[in-house]
Write a protein that binds this ligand. Structure first.
Ligand SMILES: Cc1cc2nc3c(=O)[nH]c(=O)nc-3n(C[C@H](O)[C@H](O)[C@H](O)COP(=O)(O)OP(=O)(O)OC[C@H]3O[C@@H](n4cnc5c(N)ncnc54)[C@H](O)[C@@H]3O)c2cc1C
Length: 378
């Protein structure tokens, strides 16, 4: 067993940290206030190889591993989760299935430019009526001559308002079985796809859409991998991404912890730094311990992805622990800062509202517990 990061991983962390602090940090406040994502970040991330880092070199990727992907996520989330969420929806949800089963033509047309950050993707799975029960999705694709006609709606889709294409999950036959769900690549914008940008209280600078699809014709070539019944690929993608978003949670928690530690040292009350009060010192101690526990889980999970041994239940445990940890650590950070904790001059308030995303997105904590309980035979 080797528990240390390689030199390559450490260098990557330093590079992403420097980039995030110099290129992302100055954009955060304005993007959060205006609820607008600075689109120019995608080509910059592409140029640095951060979008494609975890994909094999033979497929146009950086040839790094999942550990590297988690480092990129952690360091990006440390500065801004909204930016990191848009990156994650693109670098994983929107393109991983294309890399996994896409045809050569689909890889050429969508994966390549997406890896370079020249095209932005989104992943349309969740629906207004289905929510957590993704298998019940109603959007359907009817086979016609030369292609499919798609009708339906999608809710809370990250990047949708600015995406160049959507990887869309639709029912290709009416049964409620997993075989009846397939993936399509849909070019955007389209007159048959209406996208409303939603106003949010969390990750405000990541653009989120409500989508209505009416009589949209897509050619046969838009069917991902040229075959129907690709629901298992969606599940595989979501399982891996639970480890990925847990790294995002780790980044947010570390940023909140750092700000709380600094403040506890600098803020003097009754003649001493507040960190010297046992109540505050113990809070910081708990935060440090919880972060470290989650960190081991996240990077062990990343290692399991690389070994192809990650189980659905392990991914659910990692996401449950990391996402709940980020919420509680960032709340404690606000408590430590007192009034300053809810002032916009500090970042813990924004971080806390951003942490709420991952107790919901990518499957709520209740759904993670259902997965874990099922693995225990209940
Ligand atoms: C900002 C944001 C970005 C998102 N981005 C994307 C995206 O890019 N692509 C995409 O496809 N989706 C995306 N989602 C959707 C996300 O995955 C869903 O919000 C999530 O799966 C929960 O669905 P829901 O919000 O409809 O909640 P619901 O399913 O309505 O759940 C409401 C409550 O009921 C509980 N509940 C539901 N079912 C059960 C059950 N069986 N057992 C116990 N409790 C249950 C839930 O845990 C929750 O507490 C995003 C969501 C958000 C908020």
């Amino acid at each position: 067993m080797d528990f240390s990061f390689s030199e390559e991983h450490q260098l990557l962390r330093e590079t992403v940290r420097r980039f995030s602090e110099t290129e992302l940090a100055p954009l955060v406040r304005e993007a959060d206030d205006n609820e607008t994502f600075p689109r120019e970040l995608f080509p910059k991330w592409g140029e640095m190889g951060l979008i494609a880092a975890r994909y094999p070199e033979k497929d146009g990727g950086g040839g790094f591993d999942k550990i590297a992907d988690c480092i990129i996520r952690e360091e990006t989330s440390r500065v801004c989760q909204a930016f990191a969420s848009s990156l994650s929806a693109h670098s994983h949800l929107g393109i991983w299935p294309i890399w996994r089963i896409g045809t050569e033509a689909q890889k050429e047309q969508y994966l390549k430019p997406a890896m370079a950050g020249q095209k932005v993707s989104c992943f349309g799975l969740s629906e207004p009526d289905g929510g957590s029960n993704i298998r019940a999705l109603k959007t359907h694709a009817k086979k016609v001559d030369g292609g499919y006609i798609i009708n339906g709606s999608k809710l809370y889709i990250t990047n949708a308002p600015m995406a160049d294409f959507m990887l869309l999950a639709a029912r290709t036959s009416p049964e409620l079985s997993a075989d009846s769900i397939s993936l399509f690549i849909v070019d955007l914008p389209s007159k048959n796809v209406v996208i409303e940008k939603l106003a949010k209280e969390s990750i405000k600078a990541s653009e989120t859409g409500l989508i209505f699809i009416e009589d949209l014709f897509v050619p046969d070539e838009a069917l991902l991998g040229g075959r129907e019944g690709t629901y298992p690929v969606i599940l595989e993608s979501l399982t891996e991404n639970r480890v990925g978003v847990s790294a995002n949670c780790l980044g947010m928690a570390k940023a909140a912890f750092d700000e709380a530690t600094r403040y506890a040292d600098e803020r003097i009350i009754s003649g001493r730094p507040i960190g010297k009060f046992q109540a505050i010192g113990h809070k910081l101690a708990n935060m440090a311990a919880e972060i470290e526990a989650a960190q081991w889980m996240v990077y062990h999970g990343a290692w399991q992805v690389d070994q192809e041994t990650l189980s659905n239940a392990s991914a659910a445990k990692i996401k449950l622990v990391a996402s709940e940890m980020a919420v509680s650590v960032s709340e404690d950070a606000i408590r430590i800062l007192g009034g300053a904790g809810i002032m916009r001059d500090y970042s813990v308030g924004r971080i806390h509202r951003d942490t709420l995303l991952y107790i919901i997105g990518e499957g709520t904590s209740e759904i993670q517990r259902n997965i874990i309980a099922r693995s225990l035979g209940f």
